[in-house]
Design a protein around this ligand. Structure first.
Ligand code: UD1
Length: 421
């Protein structure tokens, strides 16, 4: 196990290119399973979750290899297995999104319940309902196996109660090879869904509407491999902007899509940061001290992202005034609060709402990342704090940030990684 040692109180300054989006790379890797041949993906972040997805795909017969900096070759010419072992399914939530493409390509797949960050209930009912409507027969085994079979999926109308990202992706990837037209009503509208649509269409699929209220898929007989560049990671970019904001720094992020980040940028501006937005860059000039905001409520895109909630809580912890933050997406995503309290934060919780009374300065402490974004939040808190913080559980951060310590150090932070005793 490894931990970060972070010396707080140093302003971040400089320029940085933002990595490719994990939440786009994972479903697009899974989509490669639909094409008979080798797809080439660029701007893929070298993360542990990407390695797990590669392992999952390799157990099915795919060949996945790095062929350049951030370039992945995913060869799905020969798929010779349809069962994914439980230990891989448990490694992350996204393991489940191979179900849709494998059902389309092989007509059969066996998985178990997926794992992932411990941030509350993470049901799969919408995935199952949608795939069932497309004609999949679903059976469950004695040790938690879920088996899907369909000799031919058929286009249908799927109405999602909640615009679930994963369910939208799974249903979309199953529907591209179904017979006839599928409509997904109330789909997730995240930029990563638009990226997936664009990749699938390069493979020969006929999908339209991603990013809007309905996705319409005309099924085709077969798909070809394709080349694609993954979009920038808006959550990593947001995390770096918050880190610059809490340290009183000035940072320019390149290779971003500012339109994907408008809510986050607006909140940082409301907190007193000056922000200059260009076509593919964002510069943040931090104020002397951030001001609290009283209304951050997480919501599906284009609302405030739940994946930025912990990082903003860390920023509010030492902002001037009282901040109010409500988590509407996940019911257990407040685990970072106890850790922030160890650093001197004054936070009370009422149901899904946290009330954060800004303190003058957080202080360095020994804290633990309980999940990916909680880890990012604690790194931000540590950068703003007086003194030294040791942050354990770095393996969670490695799931979503490529060499976070290197990125922060490039901006002047004093941070290093060490083995835990
Ligand atoms: C994706 C993102 C994750 C982000 C989340 C919400 C990836 C790899 N992960 O996760 O980083 O935090 O979107 O923006 O893209 N739900 C159900 N039934 C289902 C599916 C979901 O009730 O069948 C509920 C969940 O419990 C949750 C909400 O819907 O409360 C949103 O979940 P969902 O959008 O599916 O998140 P993920 O796809 O798991």
């Amino acid at each position: 196990m490894e931990r970060y040692v972070i010396q707080g109180g140093i302003a971040l300054n400089g320029n940085l290119d933002v990595q490719g989006a994990k939440n786009s790379a994972l479903p697009i890797m899974a989509a490669c399973l639909l094409g008979n041949g080798a797809s080439i993906l660029d701007n893929v972040p070298a993360l542990s979750d990407v390695a797990v997805m590669a392992q999952i795909m390799e157990t099915i017969g795919a060949k996945v290899a790095w062929t350049g900096e951030n370039q992945l070759r995913v060869d799905c010419t020969q798929l010779d297995n349809w069962a994914i072992p439980d230990y891989l399914m448990r490694r992350m939530r996204s393991s489940f999104i191979v179900v849709g493409p494998l059902l389309g390509r092989l007509g059969r797949v066996r998985v178990t319940y997926p794992g992932g960050c411990a941030i509350g209930t993470r049901a799969i009912d919408l995935h199952l309902q949608g795939l069932k409507k497309l004609g999949a027969k679903i059976t469950t085994g004695p040790s938690g196996q879920i088996e899907f079979r369909a000799s031919q999926l058929r286009g249908t109308f799927v109405d999602l109660d909640i615009p679930s990202v994963g369910a939208t992706e799974n249903i979309l990837m199953a529907a591209v090879l179904a017979q006839g037209t599928t409509v997904i009503n109330n789909p997730a509208r995240e930029p990563e869904i638009v990226d997936l649509q664009s990749f699938l269409n390069k493979m020969g699929a006929r999908v339209e509407g991603a990013g809007g209220d309905q996705i319409i898929i005309q099924g085709v007989d077969k798909l070809e491999p394709a080349c694609h560049e993954i979009i920038p990671d808006r959550i990593v970019a947001g995390t770096l902007l918050v880190a610059a904001a809490v340290t009183g720094g000035r940072v320019t992020l390149h290779k971003v899509v500012p339109a994907h980040m408008s809510v986050v940028v607006a909140k940082l501006a409301e907190m007193g940061a000056t922000i200059d937005v260009g076509k593919d860059y964002i510069t943040l000039y931090a104020p002397e001290q951030l001001k609290s905001v009283e209304k951050i409520i997480t919501a599906p895109y284009p609302g405030f992202p739940t994946d930025m909630q912990p990082q903003f809580m860390a920023a509010l912890a030492s902002a001037q005034g009282v901040g109010i933050l409500t988590e509407k997406i996940f019911d257990g995503r407040f685990k970072h609060i106890d850790e922030l309290r160890r650093m001197g934060a004054n936070i009370s919780v009422d149901g899904r709402t946290a009330i954060i009374r800004g303190v003058e300065k957080l202080r360095g402490a020994s804290v633990e990342a309980t999940d990916l974004r909680a880890g990012a939040a604690l790194a931000i808190a540590a950068l703003s704090a007086e003194g030294v913080t040791t942050l354990s559980g770095v393996q969670h951060i490695d799931r979503g940030y490529v060499n976070l310590e290197g990125q922060l150090a490039a901006l002047g932070a004093k941070i290093y990684r060490e083995r835990e005793a």
